[in-house]
Write a new protein. Structure first.
Length: 238
């Protein structure tokens, strides 16, 4: 890593979400956070049980094939299919006032993963930024695209982004073999920003998350996605 390159953010608020959530609620929480963020917010989060998440444009017939009996949620961000079982997951919400939210998507992806690579190095995991790769993989960890993190020739970290009038949402997953504890979030925060402070949830956050979960992320219409109706014969919610 180039040590002279500045960190992606000057300041950051860090939140280790204490609630283990199901898939649709995870996605709703990130959207609500982006709407509230007046400073960059890093959320480190846990899953209540294994889930499959699919990128917004992923055809649902592909998800059905990859599902392996797991419940499924659809992300607001792009990308392919990710199995969340023991991986380290985080989201970064960056308001539009920040430079990181205005650079090209490939560049914001590179800067975030450069910081993630430095954080992993502190734990003894050496990684490189992938130089290039296939344009897309329906299974996200089947192969690396440009600026994903690879170790020993295998992809171990990837992410997906979405930009709105409020700013940038980046959702990331690290599958490094050995589980990374929640303490890794503090290391990641330090590599992302020059200064870090804890983030305190806004009053009413959980109510907004529950409302958006029911209205959007747990709804059949959103789960079907832009590719059309789902063909699932098994339930996607517990």
């Amino acid at each position: 890593m180039n040590q002279v390159e500045e960190k992606p953010l000057s300041g950051l608020a860090s939140w280790v979400d204490p609630t283990a959530r199901d898939g649709p609620e995870q996605m709703a929480c990130d959207e609500v956070l982006l709407s509230l963020a007046d400073t960059p917010i890093l959320r480190v989060f846990r899953w209540r049980r294994p889930w499959l998440s699919a990128g917004y444009f992923t055809p649902m017939d592909s998800v059905e094939i990859a599902g392996a009996g797991l419940p499924v949620c659809r992300r607001w961000t792009g990308g392919g299919i990710v199995t969340h079982s023991g991986d380290f997951t985080f989201s970064l919400c960056v308001p539009r006032s920040e430079k990181l939210a205005t650079v090209r998507p490939a560049e914001s992806y590179r800067r975030i993963h450069r910081a993630l690579s430095e954080a992993l190095r502190e734990t003894g995991v050496e990684t490189d930024l992938a130089i290039s790769g296939p344009e897309s993989h329906r299974a996200c960890f089947a192969g690396a695209v440009e600026h994903d993190l690879v170790s020993g020739g295998a992809k171990i970290a990837g992410g997906a982004q979405r930009r709105t009038r409020n700013g940038l949402l980046h959702q990331g997953s690290v599958q490094a073999g050995e589980p990374l504890g929640s303490g890794f979030g503090a290391i990641l925060a330090r590599t992302l920003a020059g200064s870090v402070e804890p983030w305190t949830p806004h009053p009413g956050l959980e109510e907004r998350v529950r409302k958006l979960t029911g209205e959007k992320y747990a709804s059949p219409d959103f789960l079907s996605g832009p590719s059309g109706p789902m063909n699932f014969t098994r339930p996607v919610m517990p």
